[in-house]
Design a protein around this ligand. Structure first.
Ligand code: KG4
Ligand code: ZN
Length: 406
């Protein structure tokens, strides 16, 4: 049997074993507080969402055009208890019915992380339940796997996973291997293939939206307005990244938009008008589109085109070079419609299957944390009372992106 088939077979066996255990439900309470969403969820056997509650702070941070760490910590403190309570109630359970607690350890804002992590720790100690530490990035990978399994179409591994959000643009090769546990549980292995050298893609969306007075967060509005512009109207040069061909860079495109606007004062009256509309609370895509001329819509579409083509191109080249079986795309920017269309088109041409989470699981949530905790729980991984937040928590290992021998 070829190595690839063996891996696919081991993975299928793991999923079958997981399915067989389904009757003996393992319910994990996931807690997430790494950035500006306080979230709690209960997931059974890593695949069935019993509840998922997300309290977004976007309205608090909007007027600053980005997340303010101190405000985020304060809001997490206010929300954590009601959010967890709500998740337990929506699942029709009590805290005593939960088998384990999975918490985000990092990466993220330290003050924000500490709120969820400390609460999870206290709950685990007081209830006498196991505590499992989860890397937030691993959560994004499991957001895709969770829904794909629930729909009965498990992605074949190894997979290339693009995590693309406001804080991250990362490429991981994902597979499983036997864990040390005697029960045959498998564990996930992540190899970092590349990442952004400067801005994350979502950050570039947010900053360009700020320049154009399109509100915060910028991604969803740019997504909607770009559909009305000509994506080939403004040519942004391809981003050049020396060294690792799977690294990303988006500050160049963002700066190109800035200079484009600086050289064209005719955009300013429209920007001022949208700024005033935002100040009046008129921030719907329709309201902002009505205040945007064709040149603005073309600029927005061209910016999005440059980012999307770069993301799709680098990810699929990496997928081919590292001989993976499928492609996973996760994180806030994975909600982008053009990104989904282009990934579908290009992966089909290459005979690869691409998987996305639903929009609700694309952005930060706790169902993905509970799902990522499940294989760790099965493999006997436990955190102890010394668990601490890790704001720069790296995921997996890096081999300097050497493609696999074909
Ligand atoms: O994953 P997420 O909720 O939080 C982070 O970990 O950053 O992602 C939020 C990011 C923001 O930058 C937002 O502008 C972007 O995802 N985003 C989008 C879309 N929806 C959210 N970007 C492009 N198109 C979208 N539809
Ligand atoms: Zn995230």
């Amino acid at each position: 049997m070829r190595l690839r088939e063996k891996r696919a077979c081991a993975y299928a066996n793991m999923m079958r074993a997981m399915a067989e255990q389904r009757e003996a439900k393992t319910r994990i309470l996931g807690i997430e507080s790494s950035c500006d969403e306080t979230a709690a969820a209960i997931v059974a056997n890593g695949v069935k969402i019993l509840s998922s509650v997300v309290a977004s702070q976007v309205d608090i941070h909007r007027k600053y055009g980005g997340v303010v760490p101190e405000l985020a910590s304060r809001e997490h403190l206010r929300q954590i208890v009601p959010v967890v309570r709500e998740a337990v109630a929506q699942a029709g359970l009590t805290l005593g019915d939960v088998d384990a607690i999975g918490v985000t350890q990092g990466p993220g804002l330290v003050g924000a992380l500490l709120v969820g992590l400390t609460y999870g720790k206290v709950l685990a100690l007081s209830l006498g339940k196991p505590l499992i530490a989860v890397n937030h990035l691993e959560g994004h990978v499991h957001a895709v796997l969770l829904e794909a399994h629930a729909a009965g179409r498990a992605p074949k591994l190894p997979a290339m996973c693009l995590i693309v959000s406001g804080g991250h643009t990362l490429l991981y090769r994902v597979e499983t291997r036997a864990s040390a546990a005697e029960n045959g549980a498998r564990q996930f292995v992540y190899e970092r293939i590349g990442g952004t050298r400067d801005d994350a893609a979502g950050e570039a969306y947010d900053k360009v939206a700020k320049m154009l007075a399109l509100g915060y967060p910028g991604g969803p509005i740019i997504d909607k307005l770009a559909a009305h512009g000509n994506a080939l109207a403004v040519r942004f040069g391809a981003t050049k990244v020396r060294g690792n061909p799977y690294d990303f860079s988006y500050s160049g495109i963002k700066t190109a938009v800035l200079y484009y606007l600086r050289k064209r004062p005719e955009f300013q009256p429209e920007i001022d008008a949208r700024q005033q509309a935002l100040a009046r609370g008129e921030r719907s895509a329709d309201a902002l589109r009505a205040l945007s001329g064709q040149a603005t819509l073309d600029l927005i579409a061209s910016f999005q085109h440059a980012v999307v083509e770069d993301l799709v191109g680098r990810t699929l080249t990496a997928a081919e070079q590292f001989a993976v079986e499928s492609v996973l795309v996760s994180g806030g920017v994975a909600a982008n419609r053009q990104l989904r269309v282009r990934f579908e088109e290009e992966s089909q041409k290459r005979g690869m299957e691409v998987f996305f989470p639903s929009r609700a699981l694309s952005t930060d949530n706790a169902a993905m944390i509970a799902a990522a905790a499940y294989p760790k729980f099965a493999a006997g991984e436990r955190a102890d009372a010394s668990l601490n937040a890790q704001p720069n928590f790296p995921l997996g290992f890096s081999t300097h992106a050497k493609p696999a021998a074909q």
